[in-house]
Design a binder for this molecule. Sequence first.
Ligand code: SAM
Length: 434
Amino acid sequence: MIKPYFKSQDKNFYLLKGDTMDLLPKINHKFDMVFADPPYFLSNNGLSIQSGQVVSVNKGKWDKSYGFDYINKFNYKWLKQVRELMKDDATIWISGTMHNIFSIGQILTELDFKILNIITWQKTNPPPNFSCRYFTYSTEQIIWARKSKKVPHYYNYELMKQLNGNKQMQDVWKLPAIAKWEKSCKKHPTQKPLSVLTRLILASTKPNAWILDPFTGSSTTGIASNLANRRFLGIDKETEFLEISKCRKIEIENKETADLYKKKISGFNTAKELSNFLSKEPKPIEKVALGFCRKKDIPNLTNTNKFYFHAIEKNNFVQDFPTDILDAKILYLYQGGRGKPLFFTGHFGKIKTVKLKHKLQIKGKENSRTEYYYEIELENNFEFNEYQTKQLDPKILFEKNDKINKELLSKYLPTISTLNKVKINLNIDKYAGA
Ligand SMILES: C[S@@+](CC[C@H](N)C(=O)[O-])C[C@H]1O[C@@H](n2cnc3c(N)ncnc32)[C@H](O)[C@@H]1O
C-alpha cells in the first residue's frame, strides 16, 4: 500500500516521498491541473551572484545534466505518466529555461498535448550577469498546454483581465523573484514565488480542483493551491524538501498567517483583492457515494451506521491518499444487476468518516478476496425512505465524460456521483429525501 509521507488534517494537502517515475503509475486519481517545475539540468559548475556574493549555480545532484539524450528521456517518461493522471479537460504548466524548455516543448507535441501559451515570467529583480559577456538572465518560460486537442480547457479570462488593469492579460508576467517572507521554513534552492503559482492556479482552475506537482520541492504549488481553496498532491524524493513543504502547510493552517500571506502575494491591484475574489467563487457541487448492497444484507441496514467500499486498486497498489470517496458527503445504496435492473434500495445516510482498512482489521471480511476496504461511518444509522426505492438510471447519473464511475457501476462497484444528479434520479429536494 502507498502511504503518504504527509497528509494534512484537512485532507487538502498530500505529500508522497520517492522517485516520481515510480510513484506516478501507482496513483489512482485524476487531476484537474498539473504544475511541474522539473530539474532544469543547469547544475554545470557555473557561477552566479546572489546578494552581492559569488555563488555556484549548482542546485543539487538531482539537477546535474547528463546530456541532451538523458534530459529527453527523463522528460518523456514523466510527461507520459503525468498525462495518464490528467482529467480530459485538464491543463499542465511546466516551467523551464533554455536548458530544458525545448525538450519539454517537443515532447508535449509528440505526446499530443495542445500547447496553449508560453508564458515569459520576467523577474523584476534578477541577479546580475557574472561574466558580463551575456545579457542579464531575467526570465523563465512556463509552457501551458492542455491534455486533449478536442476537449476545451478552463480559463478565467475575466479575472486575468481584472488583474491587468482591465486589459487582456498578456503572456509576459512581470513578477518579483521569491520574497523574504516566503522563506520562513528554510528556503529550497529553486523555490518559486507564490505570486507566479497563484496567478496560474486562478487562471486555470475552479475552487476545490485537484492539483498535482510531480517535482514539488518546497511545495509552493501546494501552498498557493490551499491558500486559494484548491487541493494538492506533491511528490519529491528528498526528505529535506518534504520537511520544508510540511512546515509551510502547517504554517498556513493558522488562519491569521494564511490571511497575511494572501495580502502579501504580488500580482494583485490591492492587498485585499485575492481574498475578495476567493470569497465570491462558487461553492463546489456536493459529491455523493453509491454503494452496492447484496439483497441478503438489506434487512439489517437500519441497524448499522457502517458500510464497506472496495478500495479500488491500480496496478495492485492501494493508496491512502486522494480518492473521490473522501469527498462524498452522503451515501446511497443500490442493488440488482447480474441481468436485472439496478435499483436504489432507499437507504442512505450522512457520512461522518472514511477510513482505509485492511480486511484483517474488519470483522467478517477476513477471508475476502479484496485486501483493502474504505470503512464508511455514518453520522447515524442508515435511514430508509421507500420513495427512494427507484430504478437507477446510469445515463443521467454521471457527467458525459465520466467513464470511470460508469464502468465501476457496471461492475457493481462503489461509484461517485453528485447530489444534483442523484436528485434527478430520486426526485428529492434535500439529502434526507423528504
Ligand atoms: C526545481 S525543484 C522544484 C521547486 C519547487 N517548485 C518549489 O517551489 O520549491 C525540483 C524538485 O524535484 C525533485 N526531483 C528531481 N527529480 C526527481 C524525481 N525523479 N522524483 C522525485 N523528485 C525529484 C528535487 O528534489 C527538487 O526538489
